[in-house]
Design a protein around this ligand. Sequence first.
Ligand SMILES: CCCCCCCC/C=C\CCCCCCCC(=O)SCCNC(=O)CCNC(=O)[C@H](O)C(C)(C)COP(=O)(O)OP(=O)(O)OC[C@H]1O[C@@H](n2cnc3c(N)ncnc32)[C@H](O)[C@@H]1OP(=O)(O)O
Length: 194
Amino acid sequence: MSGPTASLKPPTGAVAPERHPDAPPPGELLGPHYDQCFACGLKQPHGLHLAARAGEGASVTAEFTIASAHQGAPGLAHGGVLAAALDETLGSLNWILQVIAVTGRLETNFVRPVPVGTVLHLEARATAVHGRKIYSAAVGRLGGPDGRVAVRATALFVKVPIDHFTDHGRAAEIKAVLAQQEQVKAVRALEVNP
Ligand SMILES: CCCCCCCC/C=C\CCCCCCCC(=O)SCCNC(=O)CCNC(=O)[C@H](O)C(C)(C)COP(=O)(O)OP(=O)(O)OC[C@H]1O[C@@H](n2cnc3c(N)ncnc32)[C@H](O)[C@@H]1OP(=O)(O)O
């Protein structure tokens, strides 16, 4: 299989991504960023209910179980669902870098079919930063962190101002989501510094 397309290769001058000092510690569950999110929201009955955790350095891990609502071919996960899981896991790197960035480009390799009932274990890592551009890569394995590779992705996320969401999305809900994140931050600060 050939490598990623040219625009997913960090340019000269790109720097190594840095874990933000306020990032949640390795192992901590990140929690849904929005309860209606198809990938992580718990109020989406057919969503993925993907649970992501902070990893070491500029990385995250995540897991979800392929349900029958996620099928493409009978008994097998739909490729778009797997791409959504990769996208969400890569997007969760935002909490580690403490940035707001959206997917500009997502390239996926489907290596093995993923049967319904499988736990897909994902790991994503930021690999380089150049201006507003964050380069990253993810892998999904069958059953757990030592399972066989089923999917891989390479991505480019682009940092955006919060107006990206308020201008194009539903402003009131976005404000509520942000207020909730502020509360989570305050609780974390108290846990570290009671
Ligand atoms: C979700 C609601 C949350 C609300 C709560 C708020 C708290 C948020 C906290 C955390 C959220 C975490 C959410 C994770 C969810 C999973 C991730 C997703 O699924 S995100 C959705 C899918 N993605 C989009 O909808 C983007 C749609 N696209 C755009 O809006 C624009 O195209 C955007 C922002 C990507 C770029 O537009 P420009 O006008 O701002 O910037 P330009 O100048 O075009 O690009 C900047 C640089 O990036 C390169 N670039 C942009 N797109 C590229 C591409 N497709 N391929 C290669 N390079 C690209 C350009 O060449 C340029 O590079 P040079 O600086 O000149 O070197």
